[in-house]
Design a protein around this ligand. Structure first.
Ligand code: DON
Length: 588
């Protein structure tokens, strides 16, 4: 209570001083239980898993301890977290997975992100006057058809992706790997604060769709903190997948129910879209930073490209000398972020459809040129870097899982249904929350998406194309091909900056991993032209110094990201789950 009071005075003071806050309510990192920082840290000699829910981590740990490898553990945890965080991820969504095999020194990148349906077209979310249009359902118009309702759904890829990774590298039977998720769906779990809050936040959308209302707003009342959430339809769906594989999802009984839901809501996903869904195995990006190899996800993730681009810009700086969380270092990093996010808007899209100047964006020479434009005394106005406009929001959705096994192999995977509860639609009879990933396309050049990201031509909608993502699963490999770090985060546009800051906090500032993860974060995404800072954790003095220095400062009302990280330690592995959420690392 006292800290809430202190927080509101703090926000009030900032408002008086002209620092913009996106809400006047008091934000806290939403943890249902009071836990110490050390509760978010684990040590293990042989293996480690870090996820955003203790039961998902337990599912993964069970696999590791029963002879499974990192892929078995990651797949078990992914299915489990689909049940445990229906607001963030699920089998109605998609994601990316990077896998590193120490003995072969090889890495694989799985792209199982959603694709645009064949009937999708460039201006499908614009009305006749070119403005973003609403979604009509049961005689009502719900705003923003690219975010809410059946039209916002991309063809889901999670089931195909996880099963493909499991087929390629898993060692335990699928029935064993999926068992924890099915058990949690049948037996239920107590609703935590994050889930309860997410339902309230999306209530206006969820309550319109019978399949969603039935589960999350039973009898018209949002699920309450502590209530047991059982998902019997989802349990049946998962069991079908565990018995019959991906075909039942894309061609069989589950596909039929998804298609029936599409028909009921005038969605455009067809039987052909589901039948033809294909996972793409891509070549991971490889960067070099202080002698480490940085393995990252290639487009349609923008995260990998820009993390390497930013690390390249920083490679010549002695960050320890510049200072940790000092005005000079915040300025330098902000200028670096601005340039990378400007490039994101200009160049990035699905490389199967558009040319992306990857070689240039990843080259050291290009980074050197960008770095040389950055001056200690000058705040570069964003519009000097490229031209375009803006609008607000951030949702506690998406999730990241990091795993290492006893062989030294690692998985870094980020998965999402995009916005909180995705489209808000559950396909009746399946328990599947359908994504709203179509909003990650640029629905019109210059019109920002739900994360205020502005996109361009390269990310315009086309049938079959994959929408651009910020998800940045990353692996860092050291000398002799040994995995050193596994890291990633949810957080919309904050994913890239949260992952970058965790990496440099660990590699450059040499902070212990827990401090590298917990340290306050800041963010600049080119547009809007403002630095966003983490409320309450960044000292007021620093906020004011930035403002005096000429920065437009926005105070974030929630923690930025929810990093799940693992690093090699003296005795094996250390795992750290972000205190910004309720995750847990478990090792053995
Ligand atoms: O792929 C992306 O970049 C977004 N759909 C991720 C959304 C997200 O992280 C929301 N989380 N807070």
């Amino acid at each position: 209570m006292r800290s809430q009071f202190r927080n509101s005075i703090f926000l009030g003071l900032l408002t008086l001083l002209g620092v913009s806050c996106s809400t006047t309510s008091v934000p806290t990192f939403p943890s249902a239980e009071k836990r110490e920082r050390s509760d978010f840290v684990a040590h293990g000699k042989q293996g480690m898993i870090a996820t955003a829910h203790p039961l998902a981590s337990q599912a993964g740990l069970d696999m590791l301890q029963h002879g499974g490898n990192a892929v078995d553990a990651a797949v078990a945890a992914s299915f489990a977290i689909s049940v445990l965080r229906p607001q963030s991820t699920g089998i109605g969504g998609g994601g990316f997975l990077l896998y590193y095999q120490e003995d072969k020194r090889s890495a694989s990148a799985y792209d199982f992100r959603e694709r645009a349906p064949q009937r999708a077209h460039r201006d499908m979310y614009l009305d006749s006057s070119g403005k973003p249009k609403g979604f009509s359902y049961a005689g009502k118009t719900i705003p923003d058809a690219s975010v809410n309702g059946h039209l916002s759904v991309g063809v889901p890829g999670l089931v195909a992706g996880l099963l493909r990774a499991h087929r390629d590298f898993g060692s335990l039977p699928l029935s064993i790997v999926m068992a924890p998720a099915i058990k949690i769906a049948i037996e239920g779990f107590p609703v935590n604060l994050e889930l309860a809050n997410a339902i309230v936040r999306r209530l206006e959308v969820l309550k319109n769709f019978p399949g969603s209302a039935e589960i999350f707003v039973p009898k018209g009342k949002p699920l309450q903190l502590g209530q047991l959430l059982k998902q019997s339809d989802l349990a049946k769906t998962l069991r079908l997948v565990s018995l019959h594989g991906a075909d039942v999802f894309y061609k069989g009984e589950i596909a039929e129910k998804i298609l029936a839901e599409m028909q009921a809501g005038k969605g455009i996903i067809s039987a052909g879209d589901l039948r033809n869904y294909a996972v793409k195995i891509r070549q991971p990006l490889v960067g070099e930073y202080h002698g480490y190899q940085v393995l990252a996800m290639p487009p349609p993730s923008s995260g990998g490209v820009h993390i390497i681009e930013m690390l390249n810009m920083l490679a010549g700086d002695d960050l320890q000398k510049v200072g940790f969380h000092q005005l000079e270092s915040i300025h330098l990093l902000t200028e670096v972020m601005k340039r990378a996010y400007a490039d994101r808007a200009k160049f990035l899209g699905d490389m199967d459809y558009v040319d992306v100047p990857l070689d240039r964006l990843l080259s050291k020479e290009y980074a050197f040129r960008l770095r040389s434009q950055i001056k200690p005394q000058r705040i570069t106005p964003s519009l000097e870097l490229a031209k375009a406009p803006q609008v607000p929001h951030e949702s506690p959705s998406t999730t990241h899982i990091s795993v290492v096994d006893r062989f030294g192999n690692g998985v870094s995977t980020t998965q999402t249904i995009n916005f909180t509860f995705g489209s808000g639609v559950v396909a009746r009879g399946t328990g599947i929350v359908l994504n709203d990933e179509m909003d990650d396309f640029s629905i019109k050049e210059g019109v920002p998406n739900a994360y205020q990201l502005v996109g361009g031509e390269a990310n315009a909608i086309e049938p079959g194309k994959t929408m651009l993502s910020s998800m940045s699963p990353t692996l860092i490999v050291g000398a002799e091909g040994k995995l050193e770090m596994v890291v990633g985060s949810p957080g919309g546009s904050h994913i890239i900056s949260a992952t970058l800051q965790t990496i440099i906090n660990f590699l450059d500032y040499k902070l212990p991993l827990d401090q590298a993860v917990h340290a306050y974060r800041f963010h600049h995404q080119w547009l809007p032209d403002e630095i966003e800072v983490e409320y309450g954790v960044m000292p007021l003095k620093s906020v004011l110094t930035l403002q005096q220095r000429g920065y437009k400062v926005r105070v974030a009302t929630r923690g930025m990201g929810d990093v799940q990280a693992i690093a090699r330690s003296e005795n094996g592995w250390i795992g750290v789950s972000d205190t910004r959420s309720i995750g847990k690392s478990l090792g053995y």
